[in-house]
Design a protein around this ligand. Sequence first.
Ligand code: SF4
Ligand code: SF4
Length: 426
Amino acid sequence: MKAGCSGGGCSSGCGSSGGNAAPRVVPEIDSEAINTGVPFDERRLNLGATPTKGTFVTFIDLDLTVECNLRCTYCFKEKWNEHMEERVAFDAVLWLLHASGPTKNVAVNFMGGEPLLRFRLIKKLVPFGKRRAWQLGKNIHFGMTTNGTLVTDEVVSFWKKWGMGFHTSIDGTPEVQDRNRPTTGGRGSSQLVEKSVPKVLQYRPHTTARSTVVPDSAATLVESYKYFRSLGYINVAFVPGGPSFWSPESIQAYEKELMGVCDLVMDEFRQGRFIYLKGIDDAIQGIIRDKRPNHACGAGRGLLLVDIHGDIWPCHRWNKDHHQSWRIGNIYQQFDDLVRAELDRPNHTDLLEQNCEICVANKFCAGGCPAENLEETGKVYKRHPNACELTRVWARAGQYVHDVLLKEGNATFMAHYYKDKNSQLN
Ligand code: SF4
Ligand code: SF4
């Protein structure tokens, strides 16, 4: 089910964790500390607070908490130590089952903060959602975006039992990870994540090592790639974050390093191993497909966020005080079709304020992350110039890999990208 940050060059992926000294026991939230905005007694799930027009909602991000055990240097979350009350979480699942209308397959992605801080709630919520979906003749899939620091054997067993998916974030070599993603106590988080990686890869070998790259780490991609491979990752994403922090020099360093990573990836192809490299893969798919996608992601269309208060937003990057005009509603109050209509359009690329016609990335770029655009330029359909330039780096690197391996007739490359064009490139 495509709905999340699949193609937006999204730099989200904030993490959390407890620090090297933190116990590996998953802490549970103190329910006394909960603040839901709407007084408890007044809250009644409003099944009328669902879309009356436009796309059915089939996927929600669910912020179980905004508490986090990491303090990533680039994190965009504004609040700390606030948590979703259990009842709101259960109601949000019921809300999705109704907001999805006749659609049979729906999905929930637990987010935060760090969602595994709410593992005890998750253990009740998933069986509840599965049972209620079954009663309504639907299928519901659960997943989570976690920083990987609280993944225990019990967590992995639970994932396996319920077929859950997950996204994990790891920024690079221990030095990079410790610098970018310190714990609340200011210590590094690399050791915590390293302990989780074997469990995670044993369950899902194709899990992506998802790295947020900032200018300070732009010159470390080759080393980080080697490190990820040594851990066993075969899917890797180096996603630049915070476009306004980049300079021409740091973008140049990013391109040089990414080209170095491409050379290493091509060597692996030559040895018969397929390595997925986010951005490069997007660019190659675009070259072969020769048709631009209409949307970067599903935000505000099939995908919405329900935050800790039950408020509804386009996705997990929008629920900020200064974005109040983008609040779509609340599961206990109302759903504003007009607010959502700004995003629920058949084509976003036609609305972009860039010169996409002459851009080398225009076969795969659909305008980047709309939420990031809003933060950087004040407009959903206008990108920061650095964001475009960083996307063009992906385009040039993808073209390089495509042309070299195509010329060589590399069997692994051809089998993956050209064997069955129709099925591979959708
Ligand atoms: S708008 Fe939201 S879902 Fe879309 S790419 Fe950005 S962060 Fe991801
Ligand atoms: S100009 Fe910017 S938005 Fe348009 S295709 Fe190029 S990178 Fe994407």
